[in-house]
Design a protein around this ligand. Sequence first.
Ligand code: MN
Ligand code: MN
Length: 331
Amino acid sequence: MATPRPAGQRDEPGMPRYGGIATYALLPRIEDVEHADVAVLGIPFDSGTSFRPGARFGPAHIREQSRQLHPYHQFLDVRPFDVQQVADAGDVAVGPYDIDRAVAAIESAARSLVAGGTKVVALGGDHTVALPLLRAAAAAHGPLAVLHFDAHLDTWDTCHGASVWHGSPFRRAAEEGLLDLDHCQHVGVRGGIYDPSELADDRRAGFEIIDSEAFQERSVGDIVVQIRQRLGARPVYVSVDIDVLDPAHAPATGTPEVAGLTTRELFRTLRGLAGLNIVGCDVVEVAPAYDHADITGLAAAHTAWELISLLALDGNRSGAGRANRAVEPHT
Ligand code: MN
Ligand code: MN
């Protein structure tokens, strides 16, 4: 079995991190590796957004802001690019005018990766992209326990006549039988509700809510215990809408909501999920035109790195036991 080619190793001698074309974390492209255990897949699509557009530029921005990611995770004690082969699978070719056609293209791209034994870490794109990603993951693993970080429920029905948009992916997924209806979890919910009936609809879609105020009232460790009990050993899909963060921590997003999580709270929560059976994940809703000093791009790039690190700890990971390969120090 080939030794994983780690991130940060460049073919060009002397090339600094900020030089050259950016793949995610300066990883090899997927066509340059024998097999990818994990693929970072960009989805430049935002035709499902209801407010600020611009998440179509999210994948390129996140890749640019991922140049500084390093090979060792000191809190999880893992080298996420050494113990599994992670590669950048580029972007799905999706046009902006036809949502159904785009969703089909995303599902097809994700299915072909999953069928080859590759776990997908998707970079959005608006949250519409979660629906085809869930279809692909559920086809391989059955109904999924979804762990959904978001200011919003995203279990709404239609908007301006569209049934597939960025506020409906988890409702459509529940209707299609893609979700384990007793074991899905929202984290960070706070905004955008018109009527309490939406909360009842949300429960029917399989979700329990840990709202943003929980992070004021409870310890993160306590919240992690609740999440782990909810998900158990089931196949878990983790979806991170970057608007779960406060606009101070992630201003560049489609539907910002004040009074959200800090980046530190999000990462502490994610690091508490070590050992869960994560089968796929996404980081969505980064709209770079609204960013300042790359705050949101950095948060998203590092969120994806946290998720990739969790996949490296997953007991079901293929390629477990591979020898580590030292990474050249990068200047
Ligand atoms: Mn949201
Ligand atoms: Mn969302």
